[in-house]
Design a protein around this ligand. Structure first.
Ligand code: AMP
Length: 350
């Protein structure tokens, strides 16, 4: 029987865009969502609403699809292992397990020759934490090892706020040195058994730890560009990637590249590929899972992708008159919540 059903864990905007890409290619999408209302609800062919840990429902979800993927790495790894006993998951549990835990991620990355991350320490208790903060000149961030996104679970440390953390459970956190980077960039790799591709590097602007804007082309020189790409492929090889991996990087003032984060799924900084490339990151994710053949991305325009965060969403109707806008159909506006994005295109040779 032809395999044409994709199970997606999570139903946010990344899941929604994956469903749209799947439909274009004749693939049915089935969402597993923990919340009653979710962006992909009107775009998937079927959905299950269930706690990710309810194995009865997971069994039904497993039966409903041929292959599986995630749209968030914040999924209990036990579920991925459980699915993997019966069906294939893209990317596989090894990739997800590393990318969903900052400590495992940093250890893995620093174990690869030529790859470095920011410096970090693992304070065990308050005394340890004070010592570690001093070691970083009080210029550091406590980051949760797991379940953090868009700045959630992160605390900026200063000499004056140390006492707040007296009763803190440090086991779940690492302390990371703040780097004075020149730029942030990201790159998306996709691998199938047949080939591997990368989307061109974009430059990213974050505010308060949330991505505000990505633009192509990134304003970086040839040397940094080729180094960033070769480091990305080295990481993808070492992790035995199948499916999508987004890699966020800091470029320091001296040109050194540090890897900030891995995301084992389509990425916000890759939304632009829907409007400015022949095939998007979502299209190629479907290609990698079902067709084992990727379309090398061809860029057709310069592009700025701007997120609509929280109350920015109120501008969407007026923005629609000028730009291509994407609504994530979130039930309510919340501060720091990604509600949609819009796209500004420009000619390649301008
Ligand atoms: P993260 O969730 O760890 O990717 O952090 C989100 C954003 O916060 C990054 O993209 C940076 O803009 C900023 N940030 C995080 N960690 C650091 C760091 N060690 N040094 C400087 N900026 C950081």
């Amino acid at each position: 029987m032809k395999k044409n059903r994709l199970g997606i864990i999570g139903g946010g905007q990344l899941g929604m865009f994956t469903c749209i890409a799947a439909k274009k290619k004749g693939i049915k999408s089935i969402i597993l969502s923990e919340t009653e209302e979710f962006s992909a609800k009107n775009f998937c062919d079927r959905f299950f609403i269930s706690d990710f840990k309810n194995f009865n429902n997971i069994d039904k979800f497993i039966d409903s699809a041929d292959y599986f993927t995630i749209e968030t790495e914040n999924v209990p790894i036990s579920i991925i292992h459980y699915i993997e006993k019966k069906k294939k998951v893209f990317p596989c549990s090894k990739v997800i397990e590393i990318a969903q835990n900052r400590l495992k991620e940093k250890k893995f990355l620093n174990s690869i020759s030529g790859i470095n991350t920011t410096e970090y320490l693992q304070p065990k208790n308050f005394e340890d934490f004070k010592y570690a903060s001093k070691n970083f000149n009080y210029n550091c961030i406590l980051k949760s090892k797991e379940l953090g996104y868009d700045g959630k679970g992160q605390y900026k440390i200063s000499k004056n706020n140390l006492d707040i953390f007296k009763e803190f459970n440090f086991d779940k956190f690492i302390l990371e040195k703040i780097v004075d980077f020149k730029k942030e960039i990201s790159i998306i790799l996709i691998k199938s058994n047949a080939n591997a591709i990368n989307y061109p590097i974009v430059e990213n602007i974050h505010k308060e730890s949330i991505l505000r804007e990505s633009f192509y082309p990134a304003k970086i020189n040839k040397k940094i560009k080729s180094e960033a790409i070769s480091k990305s492929f080295e990481i993808a090889n070492q992790i035995s990637l199948n499916g999508v991996l987004a890699i966020e990087m800091f470029i320091l003032k001296n040109g050194q590249i540090l890897i900030n984060e891995l995301a084992p799924r389509p990425h916000n900084s890759g939304h632009w590929s829907m409007d400015a490339c022949n095939e998007s990151q979502y299209d190629n994710l479907i290609n990698s899972i079902f067709f084992n053949n990727l379309t090398p991305p061809k860029v057709i325009a310069k592009c700025r992708m701007i997120n609509l965060i929280g109350n920015d969403y109120k501008k969407i109707e007026s923005l629609k008159k000028k730009y291509r806008c994407y609504d994530y159909y979130k039930k309510e506006i919340r501060d720091s919540r990604k509600m949609g994005h819009y796209i500004i295109l420009d000619q390649l040779n301008s």
